[in-house]
Design a protein around this ligand. Sequence first.
Ligand code: GYE
Length: 336
Amino acid sequence: MFKKILTATAGAALIGGLAACGSSSSDGAGSGGSGGSGGSGDITMGFSQVGAESGWRSANTTSVRDSAKTDGIDLKFSDAQQKQENQIKALRSYIQQKVDVIAFSPVVETGWDSVLQEAKRAKIPVILTDRSVDSEDDSLYATFLGSDFVEEGEKAGQWLVDNAADSDVDGNGAINVVELQGTTGAAPAIDRKEGFAETTKADPTIKVVASQTGDFTRDGGKKVMESFLKSQKGIDVVYAHNDDMGLGAIEAIEAAGKVPGKDIKIITVDAVKDGMTALSEGKINYIVECNPLLGPQLMDLAKKVVAGEDVPKRVVTEESAFDQETAKQVLADRQY
Ligand code: GYE
């Protein structure tokens, strides 16, 4: 183990310059003398982020960067701009650089086995952060830290079942839902769809009449909602897989002369500040929380994994959900 740390530290020192090319950047966290329990530069982590598509993602990136600094972990950070090929490139470069540990948030669920096998052969442990992979071989990663997205979808669906009477806005006995899906093939898009569909089965008047991806972005949500407003009659509810797409939908609904939260009910996931503000203003009706502040737990797991300690294969983050009243109460203290 000791030998491995020595080799990796030497490797890390060499890489400083290399990492500056492409979309990668070396934060130099830990090398600036910011201190931390483990001392500067003991552990080098290569982190491949999905992108900067949403408020959630920005808060997640800040949390990872800040926690690395606090813990004295040397962070190599790269932004994949929501493209799997960029993430695979980043992972290969981290393997080449012989980092001590790789963490990444896989943009989609499938297609990771070969690059993860390369990391395994190089004896570099991998931590899945936020999103998981769909692989038969769970020896390809040390642990998965993140939310239970199926449960989030279930909470969203349960709110609709519980508020069905109010949600049949046009009172015609059918609750027509349009769904704004996250990135196609991404774990949170697949699971939030599934959880919602399962739970809303309990009420046969609830029907998802259209479902399309808005790629987790505000602009994507707006565009898809504009087209739904043209193609669908009698939309009662929008279920958006994240706040940003819900916020985009609000713009489209207002532009069409309707009142979001009243003429069309809106349910979203994340609970970032902009979403919570819209909820407290009555433009969104319900938000299921998804916590982006994974940095401290990630660094903790990384230290254990590098030290060869056992860690649980799955670490689930704790979350709640908010209606318009509770949003007003917590908004002032919201960090992100
Ligand atoms: O909900 C969304 C982001 O993977 C949980 O990704 C994350 C999701 C989050 O773009 O806003």
